[in-house]
Design a protein. Structure first.
Length: 561
């Protein structure tokens, strides 16, 4: 008789032989039966948590993924990792833990999958850092894996209009500027988040979910299925089955994800007008897959890829509208037709991207979310890499929705987000200013905080497209305006952003890809001689993070000295 194939390349060492009786004894205590020891061990990495709407439902989705893996012949186990809420910590010192949480998520999944010798795993994520964290673990461990996005929140409604989390951030600025009253502010606050799911616009969570689907590491449609929908539940079950099939086929993440896959993902981000955080996270994810991705790659892809999707924060629509118009598969189908992506890239279905898309319909007739490539919102991608004497190692701007992408004005310099926010609320920032927020980089923050509170206040006060804003920190995917983040080198290591003074003339020019200050090399060198590094106040994890983290241009990943 032919020998039955053994699909336990990792877990066999835990469950086979007399010497492993103690190991089996413990597994029996968590529910394993005799037959389970002959099945592939499947991890279900859940980011479930009650602390954020993005993740509050993921325990149910994890159970569906577990059921799918079990039905396919696997022996599944659910385990948890952390999440933090960007929206809740935004504008506070707690936001310093947001980007570092990406590393903890990746490390913890790697730890459990490695320690328990799992043969494959499904990872489920909701809030922003969950997704790149899960993918980084997949790249490192290189055992068969599938990612499941927890899904987007449905729009809220106030006064007959759709509202979301960015609406209430901007309402704070409107209230401060006496454009709305306290009753309206409270009404938007209570309507902005109507249920489970990640923030609804093309902010960071939806951007990264869409990119991961395009990379080939999620089942088709994953990124646009709403959090509360039968599609999402059935997708989770299918993902559990899919990872067992990947084990049987011997197909691992590094077999699927290539440089070509990342270029497809970058192109999709440009078409959708995604978050600036995509630059940071895609570089970090590529690093985990041993693929070198640079800022120059983003420039190259942006120059050949138009901006087509009229999505928030710069546009009118949210992810649910895109879902109703056909979802990410329909967008990819359009991109494939117009040669914007390579359809030969492999995916977790075992088929190519082009083969997956054959069964999906085109964008719904009459939909207004995604434009025809012959009539783009912008002929090139809205994520623009800037360089110059203020950012010799690069910076990232998002110009979607802007009619004017250039500003030259006097610097208003603030050491930290709190000082800049207070200045905005007090009316100290005027049209024509270029606001500089520094010492918020990966090392200097530490943690590279997002500036959604600040950008939303400026937008709410009518200044969003009338000022420039640059920082060595980050911007939320919900930020819009003439904003530039990830300025490298950062202030904490003596980068030129540390040397700017109030009144210096700063130029942000997206068309020329320039970020500069009107100072000579001699003047910058003179100021650099008198600059002194700041002493880090933090201890514990943030101190370790600051000591090991690379620059934003390198993905802000941790590197052992």
């Amino acid at each position: 008789m032919p020998k039955t194939p053994d699909f336990r390349p990792q877990s066999r060492i835990l469950t086979e032989g007399v010497n492993r009786a103690p190991n089996r004894a413990m597994l029996r205590d968590v529910g394993f039966k005799d037959d389970d020891f002959n099945k592939p061990l499947i991890g279900i990495a859940s980011t479930w948590s009650e602390i954020t709407p993005c993740n509050i439902h993921i325990n149910k989705l994890a159970e569906s993924a577990k059921a799918g893996a079990k039905a396919a012949g696997g022996a599944p186990q659910i385990f948890n990792t952390i999440t933090v809420s960007d929206g809740i910590s935004m504008g506070t010192p707690g936001m310093r833990y947001s980007l570092p949480s990406r590393e903890i998520i990746a490390d913890s999944i790697e730890t459990v999958v490695g320690a328990q010798r799992m043969d494959g795993f499904v990872a489920l994520g909701g809030c922003d850092k969950n997704m790149p964290g899960c993918l980084m673990a997949m790249g490192r461990m290189n055992v068969p894996a599938v990612f499941v996005y927890g899904g987007s929140i449905l729009p809220g409604n106030f006064g007959g209009k759709d509202v979301d989390i960015v609406s209430i951030f901007e309402a704070v600025g409107q209230y401060n500027n006496k454009l709305i009253d306290e009753k309206t502010l409270k009404g938007i606050e209570c309507a902005a988040c109507p249920g489970p799911g990640s923030c609804g616009g093309m902010y960071t969570a939806n951007t990264m979910a869409s990119a991961i689907e395009t990379l080939g590491m999620s089942l088709p449609g994953s990124s646009s299925h709403p959090a509360e929908s039968p599609d999402k539940t059935s997708e989770c079950e299918a993902s559990g089955r899919a990872v067992v099939e990947l084990i049987k086929k011997g197909l691992r993440p590094r077999d699927i994800v290539t440089k070509r896959s990342f270029e497809n993902a970058m192109a999709l981000v440009m078409v959708l007008g995604g978050s600036t955080n995509a630059v940071l996270h895609l570089i970090a994810m590529a690093n985990a897959f041993a693929i070198r991705l640079t800022l120059e790659d983003f420039t190259r892809v942006a120059k050949r890829t138009p901006h087509l999707a009229d999505l928030k924060p710069s546009g009118r629509y949210v992810m649910f509208d895109l879902y109703q118009a056909g979802g990410v598969p329909a967008v990819l189908k359009l991109m494939l037709k117009h040669h914007m992506i390579d359809g030969n890239a492999l995916t977790v279905t075992g088929k190519t991207l082009a083969e997956n898309l054959e069964k999906f319909p085109a964008l719904t007739a009459g939909q207004k979310v995604v434009r025809d490539p012959n009539n783009p919102l912008r002929p090139t991608g809205p994520l623009v890499i800037l360089k110059g004497n203020l950012a010799p190692e690069g910076a990232v701007a998002k110009v979607g929705g802007l009619s004017h992408t250039t500003i030259v004005g006097p610097a208003k310099v603030y050491d930290g987000e709190e000082a800049a926010t207070q200045a905005a609320l007090k009316g100290a920032i005027k049209a024509g200013d270029v606001v500089v927020v520094r010492y918020e980089g990966p090392k200097g923050g530490p943690g590279m905080r997002e500036m959604l509170s600040l950008t939303a206040i400026l937008s709410g006060k009518g200044l969003g497209d009338k000022v420039g804003l640059l920082t060595d920190g980050r911007f939320s995917g919900g930020s819009h305006g003439r904003v530039v983040g990830h300025v490298c080198p950062e202030a904490a290591v003596g980068g030129p952003i540390a040397l700017i003074k109030n009144g210096d003339r700063v130029t942000i020019n997206a068309e020329k890809q320039e970020l500069s200050v009107a100072l000579s090399k001699a003047e910058l060198a003179k100021r650099a001689k008198s600059w002194k590094p700041r002493k880090l106040k933090e201890t514990g994890w943030l101190a370790r993070y600051a000591a090991l983290v690379t620059s934003g241009s390198e993905g802000a990943v941790l590197r052992v000295p």
